[in-house]
Unconditional design. Structure first.
Length: 148
């Protein structure tokens, strides 16, 4: 039986794909759980349009990400933290903090999950923070200063 998937299903296919599955699997599992619908000609055309729209949005997001990462190369974020006289911080810097500072200082929004820190930042000075969103990679400087 041909069905149109409404969700990504491991081992079956991805969202808006037309797939041929066993009748029992479609009638007893996929359709009652609203994971798929019958592949009528009208529904198939609608799914094809939705699939191409999602693909176009994904390409636009990737291009915007590339531009943001290109801009990031020249960005320097300054964080002021409490620390001792030897330059050691009382607490380490978390990716969420860096993400928030990036948003405030450079007006660039990047989720903390895409930031990579080589080793924990626990000292003042310049540190490089990597960004990887999909296949796009970049890095920027984070400068830690002692807050008096």
């Amino acid at each position: 039986m041909k069905v149109i998937l409404k969700e990504n299903i491991k081992g079956v296919g991805s969202k808006y794909e037309v797939r041929d599955v066993a009748d029992g699997y479609a009638n007893n599992f996929l359709i009652p759980r609203k994971l798929a619908e019958y592949a009528t000609p009208l529904a198939a055309r609608k799914a094809e349009i939705l699939k191409s729209t999602i693909l176009a949005e994904k390409q636009i997001r990737e291009k915007l990400t590339e531009k943001q990462i290109e801009i990031l190369k020249s960005v320097k974020i300054i964080l002021k933290k409490r620390g001792n006289d030897k330059g050691h911080l009382f607490e380490k810097i978390h990716p969420a903090e860096i993400s928030q500072s990036l948003k405030e200082q450079a007006k660039i929004e990047i989720d903390p999950e895409f930031l990579t820190i080589g080793k924990p930042i626990k000292e003042i000075g310049e540190h490089m923070v990597g960004v990887q969103i999909g296949k796009n990679k970049g890095e920027f400087k984070v400068i830690i200063e002692i807050d008096k």
